[in-house]
Design a protein around this ligand. Structure first.
Ligand code: MN
Length: 460
């Protein structure tokens, strides 16, 4: 089996707006997507017109489809009873025999009990001053975080006691100076204020390593008070192209990228807060079966799901893999999809044939079926840092936490705060903020083609 990368690039081309006046984000930046294919070298492009076994193409539902439409079963892989990582097991021994960082005068990680609010504040301050955890400590912290995440469920549960709150953080994308500013406004994770990081911690911003180690320090400090959802950028393919792996290689070593790939495969895909609020990076389950054909355009909407997916199906699904629409359509929907204004499903411009947009009827049906009353998601830049994409009784809200995204979007950022008022999770209230000054390292510096990518650096 040869693993080949293919990458495609699309520009945000938006015209018009949805029935609720929803407008796609207007951005001077491109959105990119890539498809990781497991295929023999030279294998033909998947043919259109395919129908999964078990699907009756003569069913009335499909009668209007063009002949070249592909109809694929929505099959959810089941999680293994326990996941064993050969990568991590091998590293444990290697890390134990790494030299102690004698003479290192930057931040240290001396085990879970060394973490507290003061030590993490100091760590972030050191990161802002250009210091790093030493190699051995960095591995230890990352492995300790892996050991916690690997035992969690694909769908996590957060319980906020009466009078306490939870802060949901959207895309951060390695913007350390903005992240630190956000913490100064929203506070640190605590028993009074749990945190849920909703994916896209890394890539593009050139301090993805420091943002990631800060989040892992929070997680190891308070395993039950800090949640993490995987985003579409917590994936090997994305990290390879958009900077996190290049940055890890420059700041540490290439071998560490394999560990982070395992950490991301162990990261839950979504959380539910107090049985009321669904939190996921991208969106909710896509159409079943998955239908697509050449020439789909954004005028098309289809009503594609007769059976709803339950929270327990998500909880028991296998996340220990890279996002891949053929093997795990659910994961791709949760990590990649976006809301739209009109009812029904529609094709997404992010990636052909595997990613969908979903309308307000789709999100309402999912929430109603599962006894939920609100969805928070991230994944799209918004001018104010948040946006009610679907309104009404079952709102779906985007929260995005990277201000002036990629140093040029000009957007504000926000985090969403929900409080248990004794009857329900009240809110969200949004803590908004704008971009902070940062050292002169551009967004994308460590990405493929960027000035600090390992291939573009002089030999050290
Ligand atoms: Mn995203």
């Amino acid at each position: 089996m040869t693993r080949s990368w293919t990458i495609q690039q699309a520009f945000f081309q938006s015209s018009g707006s949805g029935s609720m006046g929803n407008k796609p984000a207007e951005l001077p930046v491109s959105i990119e997507y890539a498809v990781l294919k497991d295929a023999a070298a030279g294998a033909p492009v998947p043919s259109h017109g395919e129908t999964s076994p078990g699907i009756d193409r003569s069913d009335d539902r499909f009668k209007d489809l063009p002949r070249d439409a592909t109809i694929k079963e929505y099959k959810i892989p089941v999680a293994p009873a326990n996941y064993q990582s050969q990568v991590v097991e091998t590293l444990r021994g290697a890390v134990a025999s790494m030299p102690e960082p004698v003479g290192h005068n930057g931040p240290r990680y001396m085990g879970p009990s060394s973490l507290n609010e003061a030590s993490i504040r100091q760590m972030v301050q050191s990161f802002k001053n250009g210091q790093l955890l030493p190699m051995k400590d960095a591995y230890k912290l990352a492995i300790d975080a892996f050991d916690i995440l690997v035992k969690e469920k694909t769908l996590g549960r957060i319980n906020v006691p009466v009078g306490k709150k939870v802060t949901v953080v959207g895309d951060l994308h390695g913007q350390l100076f903005d992240f630190d500013h956000m913490l100064s406004l929203a506070g640190f994770p605590s028993a009074d204020n749990q945190f849920l990081f909703n994916g896209d911690f890394v890539d593009r911003g050139p301090w993805s390593v420091e943002v990631m180690f800060t989040i892992l320090a929070f997680k190891v400090w308070q395993p039950n008070g800090v949640g993490m959802n995987r985003g579409n950028h917590e994936a090997e393919m994305a990290n390879h192209f958009y900077g996190f792996f290049g940055e890890l290689e420059v700041k540490y070593e290439k071998r560490m990228t394999d560990l982070f790939a395992e950490i991301f495969r162990a990261t839950p895909l979504c959380h539910v807060i107090n049985n009321e609020i669904f939190v996921v990076h991208g969106g909710i389950p896509g159409p079943d079966p998955r239908v697509w054909w050449k020439g789909m355009d954004n005028q098309i909407s289809f009503d594609g799901r007769q059976l709803q997916i339950s929270l327990s199906e998500i909880e028991n699904s296998n996340r220990f893999m890279e996002p891949n629409p053929d093997e795990n359509p659910l994961m791709v929907d949760l990590l990649w999809s976006d809301p739209k204004g009109k009812d029904g499903y529609g094709p997404s411009g992010r990636m052909s044939s595997g990613i969908y947009l979903f309308g307000p009827d789709v999100s309402k049906n999912f929430m109603e079926y599962n006894g939920l009353r609100m969805t928070l998601r991230s994944h799209e830049v918004k001018a104010q840092g948040y946006r009610y994409d679907h309104e009404g009784q079952y709102p779906l809200i985007t929260v995005f936490s990277a201000p002036n995204y990629v140093d040029k979007a000009g957007n504000m950022a926000s985090v969403a705060v929900l409080t248990n008022d004794g009857t329900k999770m009240a809110g969200p209230e949004f803590v908004q903020y704008s971009a902070q000054p940062h050292p002169d390292v551009p967004s994308g510096a460590y990405a493929v083609g960027g000035p600090l990518h390992p291939e573009n650096q002089p030999a050290r």
